[in-house]
Write a protein that binds this ligand. Structure first.
Ligand code: AMP
Ligand code: MG
Length: 491
């Protein structure tokens, strides 16, 4: 049987960190997808296991040797409201493996049935959200964004009842860890200083070993987590990605994107774009994401106050100093990303303004985010072809004005044109998991048991910067009738 080289550090922590739990039995596990290159990187030997065996393992029916399934405990602010006990209600951590690069990775089954943290929920993952998470997380990885990965997707033969009945699935998620801001809040809310400190030490050892032995390790930990979030959010913004549910339980302290519920990539650019059905007030809209990261990090800082200093006022001052560093760090990363997208080899003071003025013109003309940047990289060295971009603007004079400014800025550079072109092509993807494409894959799978659309997308999304002739329909924005205006987290 498939062997995982487990070494389970989280299970060695005290019982307060989790509840042991087991997967539900299911009637008919079937393998939908296995991510073979990831399996290899994790050191899994697939040779002796047939598809039925793989389906049983990734449905949680067969427990691989050395697995110690558990549901992690955490709290969280959901849409601003604190919930002291959330925890893994539909996920089981099987254990951890050390991958080929020496990184410790969690192996988690999402949708394997009820746990002690399920509250009213059924612990199941409908097939649609399973497909969405698989496609989007693997696309994000290919796009160079820190993210959890998808190792496998199975259907279980069970039914997940939401408004209507859906086939149930289990997604096997791989993560640097599943420790969240909400994990810190869990112990803080219980005044459990010992476990709070134990958790902080665990996170330092696992994610930030360079801090070990520092004079102020917990201050440095808060700063390091904030620094990785600044990088992460800049990645989201450069791609037009909207996470959709940035609750504190969905912010991983590793700096990976986690929890692909109602997430979406925008088509037309809108600063206030949001898709999640449950985000009625736009709390987690596109342009709010940097500020929301600060909000979440402030909740982390609050939880960590007892570790920052014995004197509370001093602790608050330390936390504030750290948090003040977030926006400047984020803006620096964002500007670097934008320079790559716009083909700016040098740094000039008004580059941020050049980028903002493009976004303004895009918003006024409802221009497709991905198509615009992709075409910018194809016309950068061919001004006579610029019509390919111009046609995206309802008021072409908006493009003309911006293009003139952009060309002037490019002319002021001395760098190599070919280097610029390559930089832009590598920064501006063509194939992204657009909402309507995901929806198409879900509908075919759920309605007709047809996974061909899913597999085609899966293969295209891992090479986002290449456009092959057969990809035309994957690169285009949705037709008016295909536009997805709302996404659901599927819980
Ligand atoms: P999420 O919105 O996916 O971040 O989940 C928030 C909380 O609700 C977490 O504690 C989940 O484990 C729990 N949860 C979500 N869906 C379910 C479900 N179907 N069954 C049990 N718990 C769930
Ligand atoms: Mg969550």
């Amino acid at each position: 049987m498939l062997r995982f080289p487990f070494d389970n550090s989280y299970a060695r922590l005290p019982g307060g960190f989790y509840q042991r739990s087991a997967a539900a039995t299911v009637s008919r596990p079937q393998l939908v997808a296995l991510n073979r290159s990831l399996a290899e990187a994790l050191g899994l030997d697939l040779a002796d296991t047939d598809e039925a065996g793989l389906a049983e393992i990734f449905a949680g029916v067969q427990l691989p040797e050395g697995a110690q399934p558990l549901a992690m405990a955490y709290s969280g602010h959901q849409f601003g409201n604190f919930v002291p006990t959330l925890g893994d209600g539909r996920a089981l951590l099987l254990g951890e493996v050390i991958d080929a690069s020496g990184q410790r990775r969690d192996i988690q089954l999402k949708g394997a049935g009820r746990t002690p943290f399920s509250r009213g929920g059924d612990g199941l993952c409908p097939l649609g959200p399973g497909i969405r998470e698989y496609l989007v997380s693997e696309a994000m990885h290919a796009l160079g964004v820190p993210t959890t990965r998808a190792l496998a997707l199975v259907t279980t033969g069970e039914t997940a009842l939401r408004e209507v009945a859906h086939p149930a699935s289990v997604l096997t998620r791989v993560a640097a860890s599943h420790v969240r801001v909400g994990t810190f809040q869990y112990f803080a809310a219980r005044d459990d200083r010992d476990n709070l400190e134990r958790l902080a030490d665990y996170v330092i050892q696992r994610h930030y070993p360079e801090i070990e032995g520092s004079e102020a390790p917990y201050r440095d930990l808060l700063a390091a987590i904030a620094a990785r979030q600044a990088v992460l959010i800049a990645h989201w913004m450069r791609l037009g990605f909207i996470h959709g549910v940035m609750n504190t339980d969905n912010m991983a302290v590793s700096g990976e994107t986690i929890d692909y519920g109602p997430c979406a990539f925008m088509d037309e650019f809108r600063a206030d774009a949001r898709f999640s059905f449950i985000d009625q007030h736009g709390r987690y809209a596109y342009a709010n994401q940097p500020a929301l990261a600060v909000w979440n990090l402030s909740r982390l800082a609050e939880a960590m106050l007892p570790l920052l200093h014995d004197d509370q006022d001093t602790a608050v001052t330390i936390a504030q100093e750290v948090l003040e560093g977030f926006m400047p760090a984020y803006e620096k990363h964002w500007l670097e990303e934008m320079r790559r997208k716009l083909g700016l080899l040098d740094a000039h003071d008004d580059d941020g303004d050049l980028a903002y003025s493009l976004f303004e013109a895009m918003q006024a003309n409802r221009v497709d985010f991905t198509l615009l940047f992709q075409r910018l990289s194809t016309v950068v060295d061919q001004p006579t072809e610029a019509d390919a971009v111009r046609v995206l603007f309802g008021q072409p004079e908006d493009w003309d004005a911006w293009e003139a400014r952009w060309r002037q800025r490019l002319d002021a550079e001395t760098g190599d044109g070919e280097a610029r072109k390559q930089m832009m092509l590598a920064a501006n993807p063509a194939v992204i998991p657009r909402n309507h494409l995901i929806e198409r894959a879900i509908r075919a799978a759920e309605d007709d048991g047809d996974f061909a659309v899913f597999h085609r997308l899966r293969e295209a999304l891992i090479r986002p910067f290449e456009v092959s002739p057969g990809d035309h329909d994957l690169v285009q924005p949705p037709e008016p009738g295909e536009r997805v205006t709302q996404t659901f987290c599927g819980t």
